[in-house]
Design a protein around this ligand. Structure first.
Ligand SMILES: [Zn+2]
Length: 284
């Protein structure tokens, strides 16, 4: 009798997807084709969530191709406290260097933005959460000093959890050091554009990140000093919706602009073009 014969269950052949070909959006949970994401400046095409990007990716998006010349790439953090938690600080630095491909949480150098000469410093969250120790402070300071020397605009892109605890007091001192360097840049009359990306917190927010003549943030970036949970527990009050997001800060006058990643380069170019009298060599 044929009717009770069981049909062979269909086994669907699994199509093997090469690893890393698809990415899940952290915001809308959509599965996105990695190439599509990369072609879209690492912004989710479905919900516009801005993925975190490395300092090198940031530089390639924001500056003219081939124009970036990195300075002091060899600078490495000392271990002034001989700090050790589950891992010694020295080993943690090595581990982060291997993981991120850079020697510290910031890189800086000369670059051009649509032909405009700038000095740019970028923090990298993938290196110890973009935390500011002595090297990050030194690089931001040197970038400011170089902008004064070259009479060009300074652009700093931040993404950081704050001061680096493994260097203790030395990390906190970087707040004063970077702030005074920015002060000198302003005395010299040079423009400073600060770009805040997700996330920017702690000692970085409390120093150079908030000292920009123009402060720009990427959409939905979390920006603050202490995190929302700490604040909520301290003041014992419910925080408003969207608290510490870029759009909330814009509404409350803490920042000047919220700009999508793909528009950042042109926006910065326009700001420089309007605010800085152009030299002939600056023209494209
Ligand atoms: Zn999305």
């Amino acid at each position: 009798m044929a009717w009770f014969k069981r049909k062979e269950p269909k086994i669907e052949k699994k199509v093997k997807i090469p690893e890393g070909l698809w990415v899940k959006c952290e915001n809308c949970k959509e599965i996105i084709y990695r190439k599509e994401l990369e072609n879209n400046f690492k912004v989710c095409p479905k919900c516009h969530y801005h993925f975190r990007i490395s300092a090198k990716e940031r530089i390639s998006i924001m500056t003219d191709s081939g124009s970036f010349i990195e300075l002091d790439p060899e600078l490495k953090s000392p271990d002034p406290l001989g700090f050790k938690d589950t891992l010694s600080y020295k080993d943690r630095l090595l581990e982060n260097e291997k993981k991120s491909g850079i020697k510290e949480a910031a890189i800086y150098g000369d670059a051009k933005i649509n032909g405009k000469e700038v000095v740019i410093a970028v923090l990298d969250f993938s290196f110890m959460g973009g935390s500011m120790g002595t090297v990050v402070g030194e690089k931001v300071t040197k970038a400011a000093e170089r902008a004064v020397e070259r009479k060009v605009t300074l652009v700093v892109v931040s993404s950081s959890g704050g001061a680096r605890m493994q260097e203790g007091m030395f990390s906190l001192m970087q707040m004063a050091k970077t702030a005074q360097a920015i002060g000198k840049l302003k005395e010299a009359g040079q423009l400073y554009i600060s770009v805040l990306t997700d996330p920017t917190f702690g000692g970085v927010t409390a120093s150079f990140a908030m000292l920009g003549d123009i402060i720009i943030a990427e959409p939905k970036s979390l920006i603050g000093f202490a995190g929302p949970r700490v604040i909520q527990e301290t003041i014992k009050q419910q925080l408003p919706e969207g608290f510490q997001r870029a759009e909330f800060l814009l509404e409350h006058g803490m920042i000047d602009l919220v700009v999508e990643r793909k528009e950042l380069k042109n926006t910065i170019y326009k700001i420089i073009d309007i605010l800085v009298p152009s030299k002939k060599s600056d023209e494209i």
